[in-house]
Ligand binder design. Structure first.
Ligand SMILES: Cc1cc2nc3c(=O)[nH]c(=O)nc-3n(C[C@H](O)[C@H](O)[C@H](O)COP(=O)(O)O)c2cc1C
Length: 366
C-alpha cells in the first residue's frame, strides 16, 4: 500500500481494531516472572515473532525503550535491543507490520534521530513509527550522565525536539532552528520519509502535560485501561477525542489465552503470583515512588498488577472470553491494543487460530 498519511495512520489495514505486540525487544518482555519459558528477547526470537505476526495480519510491533535492567532475580528487562536498530531489522524482514522505535527524546540529537527514522522508514517502505518517550526512570538518565528535567519541562523539550525532526523531514533546506533547548544551523537532511508524508508519531503520556503534548503533536496516544474501569477509559477516550478528534487512543493488554478459562487462570497465577520475580517488582515500585504509605488502600493490588504485564490490563481466559474482553476495550474507544504474552512466540499461534477468527466474527477484523 502507498505510504499516504492516511494509510500510515491506519497502519496499512482496514481493520477496525488494530493489534500489535508490545515489549518483545526486552528480556522477559512485560512479564516480571521467574518461569523458565519467559521471553528471551533475543534477536532470533524477535525475528521469528515478527514474521509470525506479519503473516497473521497484526498491524504493529511496539518496543520498550529501556537502558538498564530493573534487577531482581531475573534482572528484569536487563537485556534490551536498541529500538531504532531493532525496528530497522524487523522492517527489512517483514511486509506489512508498522514497527515503532521507542525513543528517549533527551538522549538523541534530533538530526541524528531524524535521519535514523528516515532510514528505517525507507527500509520498511513507509512502515516506521515513532514512540516518543520524554523520561520516566531517573536511574537511566544518571547512567548517561544526564539529569532528568523537571516533569513538564521534559515535554517542552520533546516538543522542540519533535518540531526540529518534523522540519528535517520536510522540504526546506538550509534552515536554522533557534529554540530554548535546541539550536541548529543551516540544516540539510535528505532523503525525506517515503511518499512525501512522515512517520506516525505516538506518545504514552499520562499526566496533563503528557496528554496535552500528545494532543498537540501526535497521531496516537497510548493510555492504560485498568481492569474493571472500562467506563473510565471510555470517558478518557471521549475527553481526548473532544479536544483532539484526530488523535487515536490505543491501549495495552496482557493476554493469557488457553483452551479453557480454568487453564488460563491457573497459568496466570503460576506466572504472576507463585513465580513472580517479586524482588524486581519491588524495585520497579520503589523506583516509581509507589510505596505502601502512598497507596495504603491498594498497595498489594498495585504490586500484583505490576507482576504480569507492568500495568497492562490482564485479559485471561478461553478464546471466547479473550475475544469478548478485547471487543469491550474496542467498544470503549480503543483504536488498537498492544498485546504481550509470557512467551510471545509460543502463545501467538493459539491466539491467531482461536481469537482472531472470533474478532472477525465480531466485525472488528477482516
Ligand atoms: C504503553 C506505554 C508504553 C510506554 N513505553 C515506555 C518506554 O518504553 N520507556 C519509557 O521510559 N517510558 C515508557 N512509558 C512511559 C510514558 O512515556 C510516560 O512517561 C508515563 O506514562 C507517565 O506519563 P507522564 O510522562 O505524562 O507523567 C510508557 C507508558 C505506556 C503507558
Amino acid at each position: 500500500m502507498h505510504p499516504t498519511q492516511a494509510n500510515r495512520r491506519a497502519l496499512y489495514s482496514d481493520n477496525a481494531l488494530k493489534l500489535g505486540l508490545f515489549g518483545a525487544n526486552c528480556s522477559s518482555g512485560r512479564a516480571v516472572t521467574l518461569v523458565p519459558e519467559r521471553w528471551s528477547g533475543s534477536w532470533q526470537d524477535n525475528l521469528r515473532l515478527a514474521r509470525m505476526a506479519d503473516e497473521a495480519g497484526f498491524e504493529f510491533m511496539l518496543p520498550v525503550g529501556r537502558w538498564k535492567g530493573y534487577g531482581g532475580d531475573t534482572d528484569y528487562q536487563g537485556e534490551t535491543l536498541e529500538t531504532i536498530t531493532w525496528a530497522a531489522g524487523l522492517l527489512a524482514a517483514t511486509q506489512r507490520l508498522t514497527v515503532f522505535g521507542t525513543v528517549h527524546a533527551p538522549m538523541f540529537h534530533p538530526l541524528i534521530a531524524a535521519k535514523q527514522f528516515v532510514t528505517a522508514d525507507h527500509i520498511g517502505s513507509g512502515r516506521f513509527g515513532l514512540n516518543i518517550v520524554c523520561g520516566w526512570n531517573a536511574d537511566e538518565f544518571t547512567m548517561f550522565g544526564a539529569d532528568l528535567r523537571d516533569h513538564d519541562a521534559r515535554y517542552e523539550h520533546a516538543e522542540e525536539w519533535l518540531n526540529a525532526i518534523k522540519r528535517a523531514w520536510g522540504p526546506e533546506e538550509d534552515w536554522d532552528f533557534d529554540g530554548q533547548y535546541i539550536q541548529l544551523k543551516k540544516v540539510r537532511a535528505k532523503p525525506k520519509p517515503m511518499g512525501g508524508g512522515r512517520p506516525i508519531v505516538m506518545n504514552a503520556g499520562a499526566s496533563p502535560a503528557g496528554k496535552s503534548f500528545a494532543m498537540r503533536n501526535c497521531d496516537a496516544l497510548f493510555s492504560m485501561a485498568p481492569k474493571g474501569k472500562l467506563t473510565e477509559f471510555a470517558d478518557h477516550v471521549a475527553g481526548v477525542k473532544a479536544q483532539a478528534p484526530n488523535l487515536d487512543v490505543y491501549t495495552v493488554a496482557v493476554i493469557t489465552c488457553r483452551p479453557t478459562s480454568a487453564e488460563a487462570e491457573a497459568y496466570f497465577r503460576h506466572c504472576a503470583v507463585d513465580n513472580a520475580d517479586w524482588a524486581a517488582v519491588d524495585s520497579i515500585m520503589a523506583m516509581r515512588g509507589d510505596t505502601r504509605e502512598r497507596w495504603p488502600d491498594d498497595f498489594e493490588e498495585r504490586r500484583q498488577h505490576q507482576a504480569l504485564g507492568m500495568g497492562g490490563v490482564p485479559v485471561t481466559g478461553d478464546p471466547d472470553t479473550v475475544a469478548r474482553e478485547l471487543a469491550d476495550i474496542a467498544a470503549a474507544g480503543a483504536r488498537g491494543i498492544a498485546l504481550s504474552m509470557v512467551n510471545y512466540a509460543d502463545e501467538l499461534p493459539f491466539f491467531c487460530d482461536e481469537v482472531l477468527p472470533r474478532l472477525k466474527r465480531l466485525g472488528l477484523r477482516g
